[in-house]
Design a protein around this ligand. Sequence first.
Ligand SMILES: Cc1ncc(COP(=O)(O)O)c(C=O)c1O
Length: 488
Amino acid sequence: MKTIDWTPDRASPIPLHKQIEEYIRAKILHGEWTVGTVIPSQRTLAETFGVNRSTVVEALNELSSLGLLEGKTGGGTRIVNTTWSLMASSPPTDWQSYVSAGISQPNMPTIQEINLAEFVPGIIRLGTGELAPELLPDDDILQLFQSRTERKLALGYEEPKGNLFLRQQIAGRLKSIGIQAAASSILIVSGALQALQLISIGLLGKESTILAENPSYLHSVPVFQSAGMKLQSLPMDDDGLETWLVPTYQKQYKASLIYTIPTFHNPTGLVMPEQRRQQLIRLCNEERLPIIEDDVYRELWLDSPPPLPLKSFDQNGNVLYIGSLSKSVSPGLRIGWLVGPEPVIERLADVKMQTDYGSSALSQWAAGEWLAGGRHDMHLARLRENLRNRRDHALEILERNFRDIARWRKPSGGFYIWLRLEKPVSMRSLFEQAKKAGILLNPGPLYDRSAADYLRISYSYASLQELEKGLTILSGIIREHLTASSQG
Ligand SMILES: Cc1ncc(COP(=O)(O)O)c(C=O)c1O
């Protein structure tokens, strides 16, 4: 019960507290707000409804006297529903117990909060891992749908591995980065995240262990944990994953897979040099440890093209390779791909059919057409120029405002600057205070629990003006927190 997309009508003759009472009463009686849940605090409700706290108190008191709410000291106000009408009929379903019994783990609370706050009008998104709306090629995509192509628009179901024409286009592009893969070794997925989910439920047993870099994007999505698996962190240095540790970790943890983002790593922006890539391939072959290579940022190089992917050095079919259109074209298309040995791809295609019967045929059609013409490369050239400008601007603002309180590296591609504060601060408080000031942050602990001295700053979403304003305000808020942490 986190979304309240309603405010009382100030022009109405009905008093504000009565309108609020009616709103909450309807939510409870229609079962949208379930028995047992704690409602937001009076202060939060007052802010959300845009009224005084006393107005909220008046409404809540009335609802309590009707037997719909119950206040517990220290435990917030809970929905109880002991009204006569409901007591007379059968008791309502306890949806709360279903919600907590579900197999899938919830996202971290901060991630849930970010997912909602991203849509608050006017908020400055300083951590978002997404292209700004003005960087998305909407006119070009619209044109695709309006133009006549040789291939009929696809409105039916697709074959299990996905639209063949799209897979052929992807196979052609993979060749240019040293990956030999036939269309039959490619599975179209609804974004890279779905590839991870399919791997977790289609290839691994419960209790499996996955090795992953620390920090990592993977620590921010409980996809493997929801399937009953554990993540084990591997350290990184300036060249990425410390590959020579793999044998020791493997002996200790007997992992089923290693997950890595060797190119424009999320959140550090690091790139693993070629020599280390080859070493990782060799060590993992020796250890018989398959690799998931998450390569969704590859095309977003800003200075020079990155080394070839791990998959291009893989002679043994030991690498499952993941790509996506989300970071370079459109996250809304939900189109990604997974490349691997045919038996793996067939197994995961079968699991995918059970899951969603294929990714949107319309999106697959558009993606195929998009990659077939010269559009993609023209778009990438423009995008790189724009992102380069944003990156340089963000670095220049950091230089002016953060020189004495933080350190960072210049990323050579991707979206992120991994900002290290002079010392750890209360990240919860920093997040909340920034949010109050209209700035949305991605705190370091989302990617590494112990990274209370890091923030993931992104230059892909906020405009240049927003970057200037947001980072300047943020520098002030961080300074207050650093002082507080010295005194504390
Ligand atoms: C490393 C990495 N992998 C996968 C994803 C998910 O991408 P998609 O939108 O293709 O599911 C992200 C998105 O942030 C990411 O950073």
